[in-house]
Write a new protein. Sequence first.
Length: 179
Amino acid sequence: MSPTFAARRILHRYRALAGFLRPAISTVKGVRLTTDELNEMGPIDYLLIEWPGRQPTGEAAPHLIDLVDRGLIRILDLAFIAKAEDGSVAALEISDLGDGAVAFAAFEGASSGLLSDEDVSEAAAALEAGTSAALLVFENRWAAPFAVAVRRSGGQLVASGRIPIQAVLAALDAAEAES
């Protein structure tokens, strides 16, 4: 996946969500939030998860539900995408997920309105042909107190990133081979 995946547009929207650009009142998942409430939010992340074949099985859904139930994250948007072998792209509804539909039913309607059709199209461009994916946007509620303290002290996030587990394993293997 390209590291610039919809970065400018997504950054603009999430800065707006965090209260940097938005007026005093905003809406997240149908709930009206004041600027003060937005300023109390934790960092916002997105994940694009790809599965070979046409649909996720739902095996990951209970773990995602557990994260929400424990208050660690808040789902802001969840979109499912399928990319056919010929490169054509289709948005999937939860009801289209076959066996996974029941597992993901708890997320029906999870949409803050931040993800546009263009964002979903750009996410689909990062997918291999013959795969399906979930595009998940979430607040890291566990980090909210730290994030709020940083913002109140005048600090701002200037960089962040994730290291895929495959890269960590490869680095450990390389280090072990050198020793």
